[in-house]
Write a new protein. Sequence first.
Length: 139
Amino acid sequence: MNTPYVQPPRPRLPWRHRPAAWTAVALAHLLARQPPTRMKRLLIQARRRARPATQAEAEAARSTIVAASRSCAGEGCLPRAIATSLLCRMRGTWPTWCTGVRLYPFSAHAWVEADGEPAGESFSPGHYIPVITVPPQTC
């Protein structure tokens, strides 16, 4: 008998943080439906003139997104990673947005990194092989 996936409890999000988080989540769901090349091109445009995000900033943005959206709190890694990046951008920063695969057993995942470390993820660097990345813009 299979047990259903149960989401861990999410923290309450203060009202003043909700509009930006909900906007990032809505845009992320729209972007997640795009072909990979268009998605990457739009994220490259979004990162313009943003400074690189620190680990603390990326983790704070991810926590806000998880608190704001049930779909991003669960197994929706692609919209969660996009929304986290967009929320960072609204705050003037940009993490490295990544999608990648693990070969044995096969698994695909999307995440954000800052300072070379995955933000808020339970896996270590190198667990997934990056396929598409959008790092912060260099000068």
